[in-house]
Write a protein that binds this ligand. Structure first.
Ligand code: UD1
Ligand code: MG
Length: 450
């Protein structure tokens, strides 16, 4: 089948109205990736070499997301929302270029897996002109119902147009479809809009194909794969299904998840071998964890890289650009942002390291802060190798701390520190012997109980 060429058309016009959102529906995220992103990924994985996304008028954010995730994809605009078959014709030029298989996906069906799409393509390879995915709906309301006769699939009846008897049918159209490339335009051009919504229904491709003497088939799919998301409740349901899948994939790949149901992953999270993740950890987008690392409980990571054997948490926060080398230790209530922490360095308690480099083997004491922001711009802190930063130090950027140097606790460092030196910025300690005792004695005298 691989030698057959494939064009995937993703229908993604529409607003976020039922999501009660000003964001277009398809840009809402599941596991840290837009629904549209999931669909584009599934299309590519099912062998589509060309992608076209149909968007509505004035949806610059949707176009931007397509360009970000699939720069090679074509973007076409459907000016009026006149139905799914009408939306397909916005991609007419792409279809006219000629292709064996056309896959049609909906931008709001993020759980679809490549194998379902491959089944559709297989049906085309076996001679069907139209193939659609079907499923048994627990509650079929809203879905198109499959009309099956002795001779197989005869048509699809949209919910709004169904007779009471047809409404009882539970075998439903999932929406995802495949059309033979050489027949697609002939079929699409014959679809009319004489139905209750006055829309051009893509589902009419079945009946049209049969009238033309072509074959149309329905292929069973898992309901979870083909859920269309319209509301925030459905979005949350899709998130739960996706999280289950991602956890199962991580476990299969050998990651130790102590309490899988409490770990939240992103679609692009990657793990090496022998990684352990303790309970209640959140992986935002863009996180990679290397072999032997341990992510301890209640840690939040996004846009971060954790090197071999590193230990992070409990209660740590790695923000975008955090890059930890091998065997780094990041402990509780430490936040790292846009900073490289080189091999063997440690920041074990209560610190903020932002816009910085911490050299190999350095130790960052509790309460250390890189003061990277002056209210207007961000500045860098460069910490060399084997540096010891004493507790509660403020490193006011831009500033450089040379290799092997030592910062005395409680210092506010505003000037560069040369190699192997001690920098101390603190008043001389005053000690008054006996002072405390004298104070106590005085107070006990004046406040003596009757
Ligand atoms: C569609 C199917 C229905 C199926 C259901 C599964 C048709 C006519 N009906 O109905 O049989 O059971 O999906 O969820 O196809 N879109 C456009 N332009 C348009 C109209 C729609 O781009 O003019 C896009 C939407 O953004 C969406 C997709 O096409 O991604 C499906 O449209 P939607 O209105 O959700 O169709 P349903 O009524 O759900
Ligand atoms: Mg829908």
């Amino acid at each position: 089948m691989t030698e057959r060429s494939c064009l995937a058309i993703v229908l993604a016009a529409g607003e976020g109205t039922r999501m009660r959102s000003s964001r277009p529906k398809v840009l809402h995220e599941v596991a840290g990736l837009s629904m549209l992103g999931h669909v584009l990924k599934a299309a590519t994985r099912s062998g589509a070499s060309r992608l076209v996304v149909v968007i509505g008028p004035s949806q610059p954010d949707t176009a931007k997301e397509v360009r970000r995730l699939a720069p090679e994809a074509g973007i076409v605009e459907q000016r009026e929302r006149l139905g799914t078959a009408h939306a397909m014709l916005a991609a007419r030029a792409a279809i006219e270029r000629g292709v064996d298989d056309i896959l049609i996906l909906f931008g709001d069906t993020p759980l679809v897996r490549p194998q379902s799409l491959q089944h559709l393509r297989q049906a085309l390879a076996e001679g069907a002109a139209v193939a659609l995915l079907s499923f048994r709906a627990a509650d079929p309301a809203g879905y198109g119902r499959l009309l099956i006769g002795d001779d197989g699939l005869r048509g699809v009846r949209e919910d709004k147009d169904a007779t009471p008897q047809e409404k009882g049918i539970t075998l439903c159209n999932a929406g995802l479809m495949a059309l033979a490339g050489d027949k697609a335009l002939a079929i699409l051009d014959r679809i009319g809009n004489s139905n209750s919504k006055r829309e051009f229904y893509l589902t009419d491709a079945v009946a049209v194909a049969r009238d033309m003497g072509l074959k149309a088939v329905a292929i069973g799919a898992d309901e979870d794969d083909v859920r269309g998301i319209n509301t925030k409740t459905q979005l949350a349901e899709a998130e739960a299904i996706m999280q289950k899948r991602l956890r199962a994939a991580a476990l299969d790949a050998g990651v130790t998840l102590v309490a899988p149901e409490t770990v939240f992953l992103s679609a692009d999270t990657t793990f090496g071998k022998d990684v352990t993740v303790e309970p209640n950890v959140v992986f935002g987008p863009g996180v990679s964890i290397e072999d032997g690392a341990t992510i301890r409980a209640f840690t939040h990571l996004e846009g971060a890289h954790v090197g071999k054997g590193a230990r992070v948490g409990p209660y740590a926060r790695l923000r975008p650009g955090a890059d930890l080398g091998a065997d780094v230790h990041i402990g509780n209530f430490v936040e790292i942002k846009a900073a490289t922490i080189e091999a063997g360095a440690k920041a074990n308690h209560l610190a903020y390291i932002g816009d910085a480099r911490v050299g190999e083997g350095s130790n960052i004491g509790a309460g250390t802060i890189t003061c990277n922001y002056d209210g207007v711009a961000k500045h860098r802190t460069e910490i060399g190798r084997n540096v010891f930063v004493g507790s509660n130090s403020a490193l006011v950027a831009p500033v450089k701390i040379g290799d092997g140097s030592y910062i005395g606790s409680g210092s506010v460092i505003t000037r560069d520190v040369p190699e192997d030196s001690l920098a101390l910025e603190r008043n001389q300690q005053t000690v008054k012997p006996g002072w405390a005792k004298r104070l106590r004695d005085l107070k006990t005298l004046t406040h003596k109980k009757p």
